[in-house]
Design a protein around this ligand. Structure first.
Ligand SMILES: O=P(O)(O)OC[C@H]1O[C@H](OP(=O)(O)OP(=O)(O)O)[C@H](O)[C@@H]1O
Ligand SMILES: O=c1cc[nH]c(=O)[nH]1
Ligand SMILES: [Mg+2]
Length: 208
């Protein structure tokens, strides 16, 4: 399927709040977390279920449970940390694999500076967390890292995407599933998404 734009009135409304330049840091953080919960609800739709029998109040009852190892969530530092709590609200048992990447301001190429993956990552599916998918360079670097570590299946959860980045990622990795609240118009000359959110890291961390 590739790209999944989550078309839900609550998601659209909340994204509108994020777009406003007047939204303060504390509200930006809270809304990012809320949207992440909605996107996680969609990402996890694919998760396989098994059946088991529980002792219910009126006797044995067949129930569903999610089978296999829990996913690992992969926040991309720094801005991806702003989505971590919302993701964990939905899948509290997840292991966390951290990938530190920053985008060089001149070249727009990703620079890796920290990696700490879950030990048994090859038997897990990975859900990458990053508010922005712009040129796609950072997401491609994260996917390449996860594939080198033999992750079973890769999802990417991004609040806002640029079409240029989505196309680049899916041309290279058609097996990756991207879940987003919005596919925006495009990139400006500095590689920022328009209309976008501005610098999501700065808005989440209050650094501008
Ligand atoms: O698709 P790309 O063109 O690679 O751009 C997207 C990346 O840029 C931002 O991170 P940034 O480099 O600003 O780092 P930060 O999270 O530390 O602010 C964003 O959070 C993505 O990781
Ligand atoms: O629009 C953009 C692009 C990259 N990183 C951001 O934080 N915002
Ligand atoms: Mg940033």
């Amino acid at each position: 399927m590739g790209l999944h734009v989550v078309e839900h009135p609550l998601v659209k409304h909340k994204l509108g709040l994020l777009r406003s330049v007047d939204t303060p840091t504390n509200v930006f953080r809270a809304i990012s977390k809320e949207i992440t919960r909605f996107l996680m609800y969609e990402v996890t739709r694919d998760f396989p279920l098994n059946k088991k029998v529980e002792k219910g109040w009126a006797g044995p009852v067949e129930v569903d449970y999610i089978s296999g190892k829990m996913a690992t969530i992969v926040p991309i530092l720094r801005a991806g940390l702003g989505l971590m709590e919302g993701a964990l609200d939905m899948v509290p048992g997840c292991k966390i694999s951290v990938v530190g990447l920053y985008r060089d301001e001149e070249t727009l190429e990703p620079v890796e500076y920290y990696v700490k993956l879950a030990k048994d990552i090859s038997s897990r599916v990975a859900i990458i967390l990053d508010p922005m998918l712009a040129t796609g360079g950072s997401l491609i670097a994260a996917i390449e890292l996860l594939k080198r570590n033999k992750v079973k299946k890769i999802y990417s959860l991004n609040l806002v995407c640029a079409p240029e980045g989505v196309q680049r990622v899916l041309e290279k990795f058609p097996d990756v599933e991207i879940y987003t609240a919005a596919l925006d118009a495009g990139l400006n000359e500095q590689g920022y998404i328009l209309p976008g959110l501005g610098d999501a890291g700065d808005r989440l961390f209050g650094t501008k």
